[in-house]
Design a protein around this ligand. Structure first.
Ligand code: FES
Ligand code: FES
Length: 190
């Protein structure tokens, strides 16, 4: 069955079973391997993408349900790691193994699109379904706050973007692929 939808701003037309999970269509049919498989049961968040702006578990989303909708994957968040969430994640060196991180970032980006300055409780609530076996939760919470700060400053042209207290300038230093787990931030690893 032919199903049409938008992925990262481009129209896609796939001929697959309507019940096929969106995750498999993204990864296997369309080649967007930045979105990860973890549990397949909406329990871990590794497969999180945006559907019409809402953070959604693609492993339990039949592809037929996204017909005519806009899907954004980690590859579509920005072309050059310039999204505030990606910048904050790199600056604070959030990833450890990196496997869960594209899902974490997509959940964080969806939260910040709705709530520009979320509280700790709001962050915990939005991120609660994203499991990290490496236990990076403290850095994730910090990075969400940092992303909110970066976004607010970018909205005011000319405002200096000061690094965190550790003086890190890694976001500016990193070349594509320079840090392996960071490859997960842009869908660079399979
Ligand atoms: S793979 Fe979808 S929530 Fe775990
Ligand atoms: S960084 Fe390893 S699972 Fe989250």
């Amino acid at each position: 069955m032919a199903i049409s939808f938008i992925v990262n701003g481009k129209p896609q037309n796939v001929d697959v079973s309507p019940g096929m999970p969106l995750l498999w269509v993204l990864r296997d049919t369309l080649g967007f391997t930045g979105t990860k498989f973890g549990c397949g049961m909406a329990l871990c968040g590794a497969c999180t993408v945006h559907i019409n702006g809402e953070a959604t578990r693609s492993c339990v989303t039949p592809v037929s349900s996204v017909a005519g909708k806009k899907v954004t994957t980690i590859e579509g968040l920005s072309a050059d790691r310039s999204h505030p969430v990606q910048q904050a994640w790199i600056e604070l060196e959030v990833p450890q193994c990196g496997y869960c991180q594209s899902g974490q970032i997509m959940s964080a980006a969806a939260l910040l699109a709705k709530k520009a300055q979320p509280s700790d409780a709001e962050i915990d609530d939005a991120m609660t379904g994203n499991i990290c076996r490496c236990g990076t939760y403290q850095r994730i919470r910090k990075a969400v706050h940092r992303a909110a700060q970066l976004h607010a400053r970018s909205a005011k042209p000319g405002a200096p973007v000061k690094a965190e207290a550790n003086g890190s300038t890694r976001a500016a230093e990193l070349a594509p692929g320079a840090l392996s787990p960071a490859g997960m931030l842009v869908g660079g690893a399979k």
